[in-house]
Design a protein around this ligand. Sequence first.
Ligand code: PLP
Length: 425
Amino acid sequence: MKTESREQLQSWLRDTLPQQTPTNPRYWFPLTLPTYGVDEISEAIECMVDFQTSMGQRTRQFEQAFANYVGAADAVMVNSGSSADLLLAYQLINPLNPRLQPGDEVLVPVVTWPTQVWSVAMAGLKVQLVDVDPTTLNVDLDDLRRRIGPRTKCFFAVHLMGNPCAMDAVRKLCNEYGLLLIEDCCEALGAQHDGQHVGTFGLGGSYSFFFSHHMTTMEGGMVTCVDQHHADQLRVLRAHGWSRGLQNQATGAAEIDSRYLFVNWGFNLRPTELQAAFGLHQLAKLDAMNARRRQLAARFEDYVAQRPALATPSVPAAGTSSPFALPVMLSGDLAHRRGELTDYLEQQGIETRPVVAGNLARQPAAAILGDLDPTAYRGADEIHQRGFYLGLNPAFDDVLFGRMLDTLDAAIDHVSSTTHVRTAA
Ligand SMILES: Cc1ncc(COP(=O)(O)O)c(C=O)c1O
């Protein structure tokens, strides 16, 4: 696109886009708000105007910038965080370099976004769900150790709500039992343990750029990896099993046209160039957006510290969280009154959610995983019954945030002053 046209486009976007962050019509304190603007939109339009919409140079540039940001050897962009999880799982059983055999077990925390779990099951591996610690929302290390059996080969960690797992202990345990480590960082971009970004502790990490996440490409995801060889394997799995775009060019039999050289099986999980255009601009804004998230989350923690019936997750000593949302655990008089509290908040215009799927073993789809005893996950049940979260977004201003805290106080007063009718569990 000509410089002059770009300037005209950007000027038109500046006039056309709302001056203030658009609000959500239903909630004045929503889960999320848009964080993109003129830069992202104009570059995405530029991709279309230049007829460069399918994965290309911008995607590669974004992959490299992202890998640099988190300190990984390389990164491979995909069309969602779920696709990133799928690639991590399929990389374990890559037919050309299988690390695991069908039926080998992978440990996955029972409180997570379900596609982390499905990706393992879809790859023909056995999911062994592990309980979580309700005080951190992350894996319960004792239960992790307990569930390791002769066929356990891998731990697929998740850093929930931006809270990093205690990676020193996780790594020690994986080394002790010879387990591979992969990480779901879809809710934790920017979180670190001992100064090291999550997603760089094992074979690879997955990230999501869905609208509400730390940065957005509308839909999108990324996988980090340990070396170029690994990155190339992921690129082949990402796109049809095709050799196109590999850093180390594959060679085939002489009679095969190298433009259509297929070297493995694969999916089509490619992002568009428009998503990468978004990603480049969002990555440049990430530190500022995360700093604002941290500031608001710290204010929330101060508030919660004064209210004995509320708790926020504790962060490991060497950890730095990258708050994704504002998770809360209820206790004392409010322990069994989550529904009443969140109903009140919703009626008042504050959006709420449970802590993702809660105890996943209680979800109908868990039947896919075989015979599971949902009562075997006591920590997860605590979160299932007593946990919820509120939104967090860098565009929330201090006044809006203060109003949310006042309304939360009103909700607590309202619930505390009404009689609790105990319903059957
Ligand atoms: C922990 C976790 N893993 C995976 C995903 C999947 O990401 P996506 O929505 O981009 O597919 C999410 C989505 O929110 C998530 O929270």
